[in-house]
Design a protein around this ligand. Sequence first.
Ligand SMILES: C[S@@+](CC[C@H](N)C(=O)[O-])C[C@H]1O[C@@H](n2cnc3c(N)ncnc32)[C@H](O)[C@@H]1O
Length: 221
Amino acid sequence: MKFSEAQAIATEHATSDYYVNSYRDMERMYLPALLEAVESRSPTRILEVGPGWGTTAVWLADEGHDVTVMDLMPLGTWMTQELIDTYGIKYVHNDIEDAVAPDGIDLGTFDLVIMTQVIPHLAWKPDRALRHVADLMSDDGEFITSVLDLLDYKDLDAAFGDDWTGVPEWKSTDRCQDIVKCMYTSETFSELLESVFDTIEIWKPKRSTVLFARATKRAAQ
Ligand SMILES: C[S@@+](CC[C@H](N)C(=O)[O-])C[C@H]1O[C@@H](n2cnc3c(N)ncnc32)[C@H](O)[C@@H]1O
């Protein structure tokens, strides 16, 4: 399936005009680079944290992967029941900052965890969410993630700038999921990931304002 076909399916199932009026264009800037990074993989067990309207998840399922998505918001907020049923996607309602999975549920581990454009919403100790991601990875699993490049948003007043260590604890201040507060330079993105993962590689797709990273799980010590 081409990226544009996955977007057409997400559009058909979109729960709000925001996807069609704005978010779809945003996705076009970086999701093709993500799909390129995973397209040669044989079918495997993949977790996508924060799937939004489901463009990536639909594409992965169509490629034959066993896809689980996890989102802070209940099913129906962004992805619909019909969409996940059609593509055989499993939906887990869970806040990755809180826990690896809802109480009493063992999700097992995944060979690939994808979490694009979610860290910018984690204005609350992003390293805790990343530690939960690592716990969901198999020993030789891979993590692919992305953030907004601070250097492309100099005019925006990013409340915490690129200092992820200055991000407050969750519940110590008001939560505002919709406002992007944390942005990173490639150095601070690397520093954040190094606090949890090994072998970090950062790249920036052409004409995008997004930094991507792939990382592996740190061996148990
Ligand atoms: C900006 S959208 C990103 C959608 C898609 N991954 C992309 O790259 O375009 C952020 C997604 O992350 C989810 N999200 C935000 N914070 C989360 C958290 N703490 N745990 C799980 N999902 C979260 C949102 O509900 C939404 O689906």
